[in-house]
Write a protein that binds this ligand. Structure first.
Ligand SMILES: NC(=O)c1ccc[n+]([C@@H]2O[C@H](COP(=O)([O-])OP(=O)(O)OC[C@H]3O[C@@H](n4cnc5c(N)ncnc54)[C@H](OP(=O)(O)O)[C@@H]3O)[C@@H](O)[C@H]2O)c1
Length: 274
């Protein structure tokens, strides 16, 4: 069935968990129809259909896709087009990291991080932006990180992808400044999601320090996107860290970040858990 809705639609990648799931809830609460993308079909369906019921959304479209596959962005675009859906808001949220030294990490895993965090994000933007331009209206929310602003030793590839996301998004926001299309980058610090676990980084100091709640991060990103802000760093301590990154020399910043990404011994980790 073709969707003929006049209500706005948000496409959210990585909506099956964490920040993406909380963002989906915020869009639904404001009456947006949803296109939810991730690999976990069951989780997407459970979320999507419960939000549809709760908020009487006209359509929720579930797209199962592995965004590390080079063809995935084009396939998502074609699926959305064949359903007759116009995307008013594109949220490029799906992303993963990989913990360890560049020397030791498995290269294919790092290439997958680049494909997911950078290439798929850029491709989806390339595909959906022209229609926003034709309508002279649209919003893009991209997931950066606090490490968009500083090097991330022991997660070097991840940090570099997030630096790319911020640089790309800020430049694009400037190129579009005379249109009604806005591009916002959300740059959270460490958050209480599945991120560290998936990155094999659950024993690091960063993962066991203060963590932001996904709800709060999503809310900050959503509000900044609605206001058309170019960048948002949610949370007081993260804002301090972001400000400090402008004055601390890069080598010192790298050393601080290296310490944050070091593993606590597993004994210390389990002592804390007990
Ligand atoms: N949590 C943090 O500390 C933190 C801090 C700064 C920035 N971020 C960024 O925030 C974004 C969301 O992460 P999160 O913290 O919410 O982590 P999360 O709980 O692990 O959620 C990641 C989401 O991305 C999806 N995803 C992962 N690999 C995918 C793939 N190959 N294809 C399609 N979807 C995929 C996951 O769904 P499936 O597994 O179902 O595919 C999931 O929905 C990421 O871009 C991350 O880099 C996180």
């Amino acid at each position: 069935m073709k969707a003929t809705s006049k209500k706005k639609t948000a496409l959210i990648t990585g909506a099956s968990n964490g920040f993406g799931m909380e963002l989906a809830k915020l869009f639904a609460k404001d009456g947006y129809n949803l296109v939810l993308v991730a690999r976990s079909t069951d989780r997407l369906k459970k979320l999507g259909y419960s939000l549809q019921d709760e908020h009487q959304l006209e359509h929720v479209c579930i797209v199962t896709s592995d965004l590390t596959r080079p063809e995935s962005a084009q396939e998502i675009y074609e699926e959305v087009k064949s359903s007759g859906i116009e995307i008013d808001v594109l949220v490029n949220n799906a992303g993963v990291g990989v913990h360890g030294t560049f020397l030791d990490n498995e290269f294919q895993r790092e290439l997958d991080v680049i494909q997911l965090n950078v290439v798929s994000l850029v491709t989806l933007t390339k595909l959906f932006l022209p229609e926003m331009k034709l309508r002279n209206e649209g919003k893009i929310l991209n997931l950066g990180s606090i490490v968009s602003l500083m090097p991330a030793p022991l997660m070097a590839i991840y940090g570099a992808t997030k630096a790319f996301v911020l640089s790309f998004s800020e430049a694009l926001a400037n190129e579009l400044k005379d249109t009604n299309i806005t591009v916002t980058t959300l740059c959270p610090g460490a958050g209480n999601t599945d991120f560290f676990h998936k990155a094999d980084a659950e024993y690091t100091k960063a993962a066991n320090g203060p963590l932001s709640e996904p709800k709060d991060v999503a809310r900050a990103g959503y509000e900044a996107m609605m206001k058309g802000e170019v960048k948002v760093v949610p949370g007081f301590m993260n804002k301090i860290q972001a400000a400090a990154s402008n004055v601390i020399p890069d080598t010192a910043l790298s050393s601080i970040m290296h310490m944050q990404m070091e593993e606590e011994t597993k004994d210390a980790y389990y002592d804390k858990e007990a």
